[in-house]
Write a protein that binds this ligand. Structure first.
Ligand SMILES: [Mg+2]
Length: 302
């Protein structure tokens, strides 16, 4: 198995910086479609085999490992079986919620969300939304899924305008995703969440992986961080439903199983750095912070 090589020079630099100073690095990932395969019922989206083990290995090597998701943070922790990942930070509701060390901090739902919550069932009935259209209540956001309808794309097209009008009335924004329209308060996005966490943790390198349109804000945050002198790498969990995510990424993996392989290979690579330093073969200032970047650390093959 080989560790994927970034297809952009900036992404490669981000991986090299991460490998050079893992103790100050931030590795963050989306949950659905990235760590967990997409399934018809979002309540049954469990993490891909090996995902928890890979995150746990990285958590022992990297300064910060985080999940950034649109879900309630506690849902991702429970569904993913993530409670045992040491030091894991889970930002739910696009950063409005935080789970850490078993403690959840969550703000009350904005008033507009409550208004939309009350109006949505009537709206779906009024436009004759097809059988299988489903509302997912995320607490501080509401998602309308069409994946389980007979013609998901047509159902999404039917709902786009009326849901947009509802969002306007409730002072919410509509974020499209993979056969889903999500109503949420403005200013809540994964890019803001990622930048905030990177600043809080003093990250010297940042990696983020995602699969959906909502993850593009985090990819943009990676580019902004790079402009600010913080190297980073945007990783796409590729999906035929959202090819624009792969197009915007520095590195592309094949869905959640591919991401698990990538994270595992990254952990192997970082362990190699740590082991060589510990054994005295490398420049040994500390086992967590090698003095010199490992050359092309992300192209190690095993
Ligand atoms: Mg996703």
């Amino acid at each position: 198995m080989s560790l994927p090589i970034a297809r952009t020079a900036d992404g490669q630099s981000g991986l090299a910086a991460l490998a050079a100073d893992p103790a100050r690095a931030l590795i963050a990932t989306d949950y659905d479609g990235t760590l967990a395969p997409i399934v018809g019922d979002p309540a049954k989206a469990v993490a891909a085999p090996g995902a928890v083990a890979a995150l746990s290995r990285l958590a022992a090597l990297v300064g910060t490992v985080a999940i950034i998701t649109g879900r309630p943070a506690a849902d991702a922790v429970a569904l993913g079986g993530l409670a045992g990942v040491p030091g894991l930070i889970v930002l739910g509701h696009y950063g409005a919620q935080r789970w850490q060390a078993g403690v959840l901090s969550a703000p009350p739902a904005p008033a507009g969300v409550q208004a939309a919550r009350e109006a949505l069932p009537g709206l779906l009935a009024a436009v004759a939304a097809p059988e299988g259209t489903m509302i997912e209540d995320k607490g501080t956001a509401l998602a309308v899924h069409t994946r389980r309808t007979a013609d998901p794309a047509a159902a999404l097209a039917l709902l786009w305008e009326p849901i947009g009008r509802l969002a306007d009335r409730a002072a919410l924004t509509v974020e499209p995703g993979r056969l889903v329209l999500e109503l949420r308060p403005p200013g809540m996005d994964k890019g803001a969440a990622l930048r905030g966490l990177a600043a809080e943790r003093g990250a010297s390198a940042v990696l983020f992986s995602g699969d959906d349109l909502g993850d593009l804000t985090a990819f943009a945050a990676i580019r902004r961080l790079r402009a600010d002198g913080v190297p980073g790498c945007a990783v796409a969990s590729a999906s035929a439903e959202t090819p624009q995510v792969a197009e915007a990424a520095d590195l592309v993996v094949d869905g959640p199983p591919g991401l698990v392989r990538f994270l595992s290979a990254l952990a192997d690579s970082l362990l190699g750095v740590t082991a060589s330093v510990t054994a005295g073969r490398g420049p040994a200032r500390s086992s967590r912070r090698p003095a010199r970047p490992r050359r092309r650390a992300c192209s190690v093959r095993r």
